[in-house]
Design a protein around this ligand. Structure first.
Ligand SMILES: C[S@@+](CC[C@H](N)C(=O)[O-])C[C@H]1O[C@@H](n2cnc3c(N)ncnc32)[C@H](O)[C@@H]1O
Length: 274
């Protein structure tokens, strides 16, 4: 698929789903809480310059701007950029430094001008390894020496766990999609059902860390984002009780680096240093 086709597919998919409300529901709340703690674990204190490439509707970008960071958001979906600008205007004391339509493979920033780059989306949307490496090299270009990179990947096995727990494992239309996911990590959804996501690449843990290394980063961490937390029976009840939520987060943290569990997490986070 060429660049034009893949962008069209991304625009079509995000026309069907509302990315701006996603992180407020169910397991996505765990994804958000863990992503935030993994960012804060290494982020230098504000003020610092952060590029959120694939920043979607601005959930992390606006959260970071509210803490005093200079945050530039880039996303190829105009609807997301509009939503990010609207969210930014709701925090007039701490707006985004910028929010523009763009592509993580071609960042508008000059060389060595950013302290941190977030790629929490582009690496699973880019189905060709060369495009993923181009995106990582571009992040490296704009980072200052010592600057940090956070990269989210979807696990090779995420659609197996998801389909089993949500019940669409039984859908004959999903069977060939799952078979290809498991075989080569190349996710293709020609069913038209937005629940089955869009064209994507699903990483094995060592593939994600390998791509960071191939782009010239030093690997600081490779961890599970949700880990086994999504297995909690009656997740919402656990999540809505502060003490139970902390118990859940602490056990997820405890096993976040366990190599034999990494691929069982829906999302993986690799953190690199230039
Ligand atoms: C599931 S959303 C995640 C949004 C947000 N970063 C988060 O983690 O919640 C993935 C985002 O990646 C964006 N994206 C896809 N391909 C991209 C590319 N080549 N460059 C930049 N962003 C891209 C999509 O438009 C979408 O907004």
């Amino acid at each position: 698929m060429n660049n034009h086709d893949s962008t069209q597919e991304i625009l079509r998919h995000y026309g069907d789903v509302d990315e701006s409300s996603r992180l407020g529901v169910g397991w996505f709340q765990l994804e958000q809480a863990r992503t935030q703690e993994l960012i804060l674990r290494h982020l230098p204190p504000a003020p610092a310059t952060i590029i959120d490439a694939g920043g979607g509707a601005g959930a992390y970008a606006c959260w970071l701007a509210a803490m005093g960071y200079q945050v530039h958001l880039i996303d190829p979906v105009p609807k997301h950029v509009e939503q990010a600008r609207a969210a930014s205007s709701r925090q007039p004391e701490h707006p985004l430094a910028s929010a523009e339509v763009g592509d993580a493979r071609r960042l508008p920033q000059a060389d060595a001008t950013a302290d941190a780059v977030l790629l929490l989306g582009p690496l699973y949307h880019l189905i060709d390894r060369e495009d993923r490496l181009a995106c990582l090299r571009e992040a490296r270009r704009v980072l200052r020496p010592g600057g940090l990179l956070w990269v989210a990947g979807i696990s090779r096995f995420a659609s197996l766990f998801d389909s089993l727990s949500h019940g669409f494992f039984a859908d004959p239309a999903f069977a060939p999609i799952l078979a290809r996911d498991l075989k080569e990590g190349q996710h293709r959804n020609s069913t038209g059902n937005p629940l089955y996501f869009t064209d994507a690449f699903f990483h094995k843990p060592d593939e994600l860390s390998g791509e960071l290394l191939a782009a010239g980063f030093q690997l600081m961490e490779l961890v599970a984002i949700e880990g086994p937390g999504c297995l909690a029976r009656d997740f919402d009840r656990w999540w809505n009780d502060p003490a139970q939520r902390e118990r859940l987060l602490s056990v997820v943290r405890r096993v976040e680096r366990e190599p034999s569990l990494l691929g069982a997490s829906s999302h993986l986070m690799a953190i690199g240093r230039k």
